[in-house]
Design a protein around this ligand. Structure first.
Ligand code: SF4
Length: 369
C-alpha cells in the first residue's frame, strides 16, 4: 500500500491539478493513513478558499411522498413502505412563511425540495413566482430540487432569479442501476447540463453507504470535478425503516472523514456540505468534518430529524468557525431558544443520538402546524 504524502495532496489540489486515481483510492482505503494528518491537509484547502465560514442550509420538504420513481434509498419512492407524512405541493404562502423562518434561523440558503420525477411546465411557472417573491423579500439564496428538467425549464428558473439547482448524481454510472431503474444516470447528467447551460449554480453530490465500492465513490468525486459543480452535498445513507434498500454496511466516522477529504482534494473550490446522515455516521467526529466541509444542513433532512438547531450552531461556534449570516451566531441561538421556550420543549434528537427519527407534521410544516 502506498505511503501517503499529505503535503503533496494539499499542494496538488492548491495548484488545481487532479490527483491520480491511485491517490484517490489510497485516501479511502489505505489503513496506514493518519486521519488527523489527512484532515489537516484538507483543511489547508478549506482555509484557502472558504476561510472559517460555514454556510447553513435549511431544507423545505415542499412536497412529500407518492413519487412514481423507485430510488431504493428514498422513503418517498413508489416502492417504499416507510411511514412518512405524505402531502401534495405546499401553497405559495406556506413556502414564503418557511423562507422567512429559515432566514431568521440563520440560513444562508433555503432549499425547496419536491418529490417526483420532475415538474410539468405549469409547476415550473408556479415555482418561478415563489422564487421571485422570496428573492424580493429576504436576503437569502434560493436552491431548488424538483427532479429532472429540460433546457427550457432551466432558462425559466434562471429568469426568476434561482441561485442554485440541486440534482445529485448519487452514485457512479457503473452502480446506478443498482439503486434506481425508473430513470438513468444519463437522465441526471442531462438535467445538470441544462442547469449549467442556463447559468444557474450547480449543486450535485453523492450518497455514500449504499453498498457501492470505494472505486464508485472516486468515480463520482472525479465526475463532479469534471462538471465543476459549485456545490457538493455528501450524504451518508440513512436506512429509513420501510425503504427498499434496507440496512447496508455501516459507515465509520473515520471513513466518512476520508470521503469528505477526497471530495475536498478533488474539488477544492466547491462548497462542500456534510449533508444527510452526518449525525448518524460522523457522530462525535462532526466538528472534525467542519475542518474539511464548509457547509451543512440544519433542522434535519427530508423526512428525518437531525441534531437540533442550537446544538448545531453551538458546535460551529465551539470548533472556532463562523456562520455566513447577517447576525452573530449567539444572537441566532438566543432567538431560537427563546422561541422554543414559548412553544414548549424541543423534540429534536441530540447530536450524539444516532437513531433515525421520522419528522412529524410540526417538523415538516412548522408554519401551519
Ligand atoms: S429520490 Fe426523488 S425521484 Fe427518487 S424516489 Fe425519492 S422523491 Fe422520487
Amino acid at each position: 500500500m502506498k505511503t501517503q504524502n499529505y503535503q503533496t495532496l494539499t499542494e496538488t489540489a492548491l495548484s488545481n491539478e487532479q490527483l491520480s486515481s491511485e491517490d484517490c483510492l489510497n485516501i479511502l482505503t489505505n489503513p496506514d493513513i493518519d486521519i488527523l494528518s489527512l484532515v489537516h491537509a484538507a483543511y489547508a484547502l478549506r482555509k484557502e478558499h472558504w476561510g472559517k465560514d460555514v454556510s447553513i442550509h435549511i431544507l423545505n420538504n415542499a412536497q412529500n411522498g407518492a413519487c412514481p420513481e423507485d430510488c431504493a434509498y428514498c422513503a418517498q419512492a413508489k416502492t417504499s413502505k416507510s411511514d412518512i407524512n405524505k402531502y401534495p405541493a405546499k401553497e405559495e404562502d406556506e413556502m414564503l412563511a418557511e423562507a422567512k423562518r429559515a432566514y431568521e434561523n440563520g440560513a444562508f440558503r433555503y432549499c425547496m425540495v419536491y418529490s417526483g420525477r420532475g415538474p410539468r411546465k405549469k409547476r415550473i411557472e408556479k415555482l418561478s413566482g415563489i422564487i421571485r417573491k422570496i428573492k424580493d423579500n429576504y436576503p437569502i439564496e434560493v436552491c431548488l430540487s424538483p427532479g429532472l428538467i429540460d433546457a427550457e425549464d432551466a432558462e425559466t428558473l434562471k429568469a426568476a432569479g434561482l441561485d442554485r439547482f440541486n440534482h445529485n448524481l448519487n452514485t457512479s454510472k457503473t452502480y446506478y442501476d443498482k439503486i434506481c431503474t425508473t430513470h438513468t444516470y444519463e437522465d441526471r447528467l442531462n438535467t445538470l447540463k441544462s442547469v449549467q447551460k442556463a447559468g444557474i449554480g450547480m449543486c450535485s453530490g453523492i450518497i455514500v453507504g449504499m453498498g457501492e465500492s470505494s472505486e464508485d465513490i472516486v468515480e463520482v468525486a472525479l465526475k463532479l470535478r469534471e462538471l465543476k459543480s459549485n456545490s457538493i452535498p455528501v450524504n451518508f445513507y440513512m436506512p429509513i425503516p420501510g425503504n427498499t434498500m434496507g440496512q447496508k454496511n455501516p459507515l465509520t466516522p473515520e471513513y466518512c472523514l476520508r470521503v469528505l477529504c477526497l471530495f475536498r482534494f478533488l474539488n477544492p473550490t466547491s462548497e462542500l456540505r456534510m449533508a444527510a446522515g452526518r449525525e448518524m455516521h460522523l457522530r462525535n467526529m462532526q466538528s472534525l468534518g467542519l475542518f474539511v466541509a464548509n457547509s451543512l444542513f440544519m433542522d434535519g433532512y427530508l423526512n428525518t430529524k437531525g441534531g437540533n438547531a442550537p446544538d448545531t450552531l453551538a458546535m460551529i461556534r465551539d470548533a472556532g468557525f463562523t456562520i455566513k449570516a447577517d447576525r452573530p451566531v449567539e444572537a441566532i441561538i438566543n432567538a431560537i431558544e427563546n422561541g422554543a421556550k414559548e412553544k414548549g420543549p424541543e423534540t429534536g434528537t441530540s447530536l450524539s443520538d444516532p437513531s433515525i427519527t421520522i419528522k412529524s407534521t410540526t417538523d415538516l410544516r412548522p408554519t401551519t402546524a
